[in-house]
Design a binder for this molecule. Structure first.
Ligand code: ZN
Length: 377
């Protein structure tokens, strides 16, 4: 059996190792599962996993669930800090149950509440879909602003497929909250953590890795008081990348340790270069993934950002976070520095801003941002 994360990320076939076996009782029937763990990234799962029909019967009857304490208010408060000012988001909760998380989101301004909930005995006060597939069939693609999966991810046998569906639902830049039990928590062995319904077992490292490989950008992560790890990530690329046809990626050439190391070095260097700028009249060229990334990593930049520039006329006239989007020609004279968030856009920027920029602005610099696939070793 191969590691799904390494296989997806590196194109490598990394075989999982059997580290233990565990015996469960399920409706009075004994069941033995092997615990498989990846020697490269640490992803851990059960093998062979319980059959889909058993899962379906289980998830359509939530009354069988042990009552779990999940900090819905904490989750909503974390999300709130990453929402745009005065944003009225459309929110979806996968595994919505009786809507307790969605009610917390309504308190902080959510307008439309959707839930995926297979247990039809629940009478929801949100708009319910029985499955993610039905949600995808009924909603416009890229129409959900915030999507939550609290204590859902560990139940999935194919987390990548679900992340692709989530990307299809989320707007570009939309927020994804994931919370799972933390395999590194020393208490996981003494609580009802190992169950046949928990198929995948994550550490903070493997969870952030799988999210980044699937095209999400980490915003915040925390260990909770519930032996869990909570992560908030942003939907980074759109449309969904076609992994089969993608050229060999950064991840194909470097493992997770290399990835984390390179990323840290890159961030340190970028922080140093941005810190040396000494400008409080910035414009940022571009309103896409690179700019989202830059502002998420360096939110302090917003304080000195006068506006955003984009030569795409459909983007002009809107606000991105806290700044208006102008055409490059309309860049206000007070701007003394333009940050280009991608080396790829340098030529486009030079052309769009024209000679005027290089004459009027003291300092036109280009900054690339860390996008693993593009800046490989
Ligand atoms: Zn692996």
């Amino acid at each position: 059996m191969h590691c799904i994360i390494c296989n997806e990320a590196r194109g490598d076939i990394i075989s999982m190792e059997t580290v233990d076996r565990i015996r469960f009782e399920l409706d009075g029937v004994g069941l033995t599962e092997a615990i498989h763990s990846c020697p490269t990234c640490g992803y851990t799962c059960l093998h062979p996993g319980i059959p889909a029909s058993t899962l379906e019967a289980y998830y359509t009857n939530q009354s069988r669930w042990p009552s779990e304490t999940i900090a819905h208010r904490e989750q909503a408060e974390l999300i709130h800090r990453y929402m745009r000012e005065n944003q009225i988001p459309k929110v979806m909760d996968i595994g919505a149950y009786d809507g307790r998380f969605l009610r917390e989101m309504a308190r902080i301004g959510a307008s439309e509440l959707y839930g995926v909930e297979p247990d039809m005995s629940i009478e929801p006060d949100y708009y319910r879909f029985e499955t993610i597939e039905l949600a995808l069939a009924h909603l416009r693609p890229n129409s959900i602003d915030i999507l939550s999966m609290g204590h859902v991810f560990e139940h999935l046998q194919d987390p990548f497929r679900v992340l692709e569906q989530v990307k299809e639902l989320l707007v570009p830049g939309g927020l994804l909250l994931v919370e799972v039990p933390n395999l590194e928590d020393p208490q996981v062995q003494i609580v009802p953590y190992w169950t046949p319904f928990h198929h995948s077992y994550f550490t903070p490292t493997t969870l952030s890795y799988i999210l980044e490989v699937a095209g999400f950008q980490m915003q915040a992560q925390a260990l909770t008081g519930y032996r869990s790890v909570r992560m908030l990530a942003r939907n980074f690329s759109n449309p969904v990348p076609n992994w089969d046809q993608a050229p060999p990626s950064f991840y194909a050439r470097a493992g997770i340790d290399q990835y984390l190391l390179e990323r840290e070095i890159f961030l340190d260097d970028l922080a140093r270069r941005l810190g040396a700028l000494q400008s409080d009249k910035l414009a940022i060229f571009g309103t896409g993934d690179h700019t989202y990334w830059l502002l998420n990593e360096f939110p302090g930049l917003l304080e000195s950002t006068v506006c955003f520039l984009n030569s795409d006329t459909t983007k002009q006239g809107y606000w991105l976070d806290r700044g208006p989007v102008f055409s490059p020609e309309d860049c206000p004279d007070e701007v003394d520095t333009i940050i280009c968030s991608s080396y790829d856009s340098q030529d486009e920027m030079a052309q769009a801003v024209g000679k005027r920029a290089f004459l009027l602005y003291d300092d036109v610099r280009a900054y690339d941002v860390w996008m693993g696939e593009e800046n490989g070793v």
